[in-house]
Design a binder for this molecule. Structure first.
Ligand code: G4P
Length: 291
């Protein structure tokens, strides 16, 4: 799924598929990667959702810097959106999602109650770019109570709904969006976090880019993690300085070839694996001012 090549035709189709489902739901649940909320966001999301109420989820928050995650939630609040940070892999905070979905739809629900209508379960659709964690979240929300509730009035025949407790239902297939990959910076950040696989971008290039970003924002973290005894890059725009750090890491991790030289490709693999798995600590690559 992550190596989908997005062409204009695919984007049109993906957009149409989501817009067909919008008729069935009360709100969209937009999933972002908490480490790269800007780069993991679809550039046309406002137009695609056609004004449908939205709940923003910062997923993979277990891997992200908690202070920056707070800043992002403040930013979304300023933009008028309700948001929450979750970890779908363990389920942390996931049980808040139905509560917040009702908060997003508060006015609509209040109007129904005022008219004497008993509000039914809130219906949602999860949307997001490949690898952001849509399936993991759906499975987590479904829990053991996974139950198809299709074939009812107002529900497309054959469309499967997943019950999330008694107050929420989810369409069982998520809406797949495309990232802003035409922006090179965005492409590298998606690759660093593993959303784009290495066959598209070269592993050494991705690790070089990662090292540059990490040296700027998280030098102490990486120096501590790899027990580096070298100074930080003196000039972040000097490629030799970044490669010097990559080599120092490679040496520490025993990525050597004959003659004692560092195997940069192997070192790159180590750096990216450590970054993606959270071994370097909780790292966020984009703060709200970037957006
Ligand atoms: P998608 O449907 O949006 O394409 O994403 P999916 O659920 O398949 O999740 C992609 C990867 O992200 C999975 O790793 C999944 O376990 C991981 N993931 C999802 N949510 C979280 C989270 O909140 N925290 C963390 N740490 N990881 C999360 P994977 O199975 O190892 O896939 P891959 O790495 O081989 O792509």
């Amino acid at each position: 799924m992550s190596s989908i090549q997005w062409f204009p035709g695919h984007m049109t189709k993906a957009r149409r598929q989501i817009q067909e489902k919008l008729k069935l739901i009360d709100l969209a649940i937009e999933l972002l990667d908490a480490r790269i909320p800007f780069s993991s966001r679809n550039p046309m999301i406002d137009e695609i959702l056609l004004g449908k109420p939205r709940l923003i989820i910062l997923n993979k928050s277990d891997l992200a810097d908690p202070r920056t995650t707070e800043q992002w939630m403040d930013q979304f609040k300023r933009e008028g959106h309700v948001s929450i940070a979750v970890d779908s892999s363990t389920g942390t905070k996931v049980n808040q999602i139905p509560v917040l979905a009702k908060e997003v739809l508060h006015d609509k629900i209040a109007r129904q109650i005022a008219k004497g209508i008993k509000p039914r379960a809130v219906r949602g659709l999860i949307v997001g770019i490949p690898n952001v964690g849509k399936s993991t979240l759906i499975n987590r929300l479904a829990g053991r109570s996974i139950a198809a509730t299709g074939d009812r009035p107002g529900v497309t025949k054959g469309q499967q709904w997943i019950k999330v407790g008694t107050e929420m239902e989810l369409l069982d297939t998520p809406g797949i969006l495309w990232p802003k990959f035409e922006d090179q910076l965005v492409g590298y950040r998606l690759a660093m976090t593993g959303a784009i696989k290495e066959q598209i971008l070269n592993v050494e290039d991705i690790a070089f880019f990662a090292m540059k970003e990490l040296s700027q924002r998280y030098w102490d973290t990486i120096a501590g993690r790899y027990e580096l005894e070298v100074p930080p890059p003196s000039d972040m725009d000097d490629p030799d300085e970044i490669v010097r750090i990559m080599e120092a890491i490679g040496r520490k991790r025993g990525c050597l070839i004959s003659g004692g030289r560092v195997d940069l490709e192997k070192a790159s693999g180590v750096i990216l694996r450590d970054l993606r798995s959270g071994k370097l600590g909780r790292i966020t690559l984009e703060a709200p001012e970037f957006a």
